[in-house]
Design a protein. Structure first.
Length: 138
């Protein structure tokens, strides 16, 4: 199966292969905008991933972890979000919908590092180390 492409609009349906090629040629090659995957942020020793869900409401959002993906269902639509290497080594421990019902509604998914997935001593602060007031940086 080939890729899906945008074609020009025409008042007359294409009849021949040349007509179809003309429709394709009428659309300039422009790369599709790449969505930037959300980056996790550090909060109180855990990680939080913010997933924009415009106009989502409480009780209408479902979240499931499937291997290395998060599966989010909202308003009958399902989306799979691949987790980066950092979050794949964590456990989903909760979620909250911020600003529900608005254009800025965001699902905040909380992850806790899984000690079995991290090298020994990496999660514990070293003796004598000072705490970074802004939290750890990824």
């Amino acid at each position: 199966m080939g890729e899906v492409r945008e074609v020009a609009e025409s008042a007359v349906p294409p009849v021949t292969a040349a007509d179809v090629a003309a429709l394709d040629a009428a659309v300039p090659d422009a790369p599709a905008p790449q969505a930037t995957p959300p980056a996790p942020r550090r909060v109180d020793g855990d990680w939080v991933l913010d997933l924009p869900l415009p106009f989502a409401r409480r009780g209408e959002v479902e979240l499931t972890r499937w291997d290395d993906d998060l599966v989010v269902t909202a308003a009958g639509m399902r989306r799979s979000v691949p987790l980066d290497a950092l979050l794949r080594r964590c456990t989903v421990t909760g979620g909250a919908l911020a600003a529900p019902g608005t254009a800025s509604a965001t699902l905040e998914v909380r992850f806790t590092p899984d000690p079995a997935q991290w090298p020994t001593g990496l999660l514990r602060p070293e003796a004598g180390a000072t705490a970074d007031p802004e939290g750890s940086r990824a």
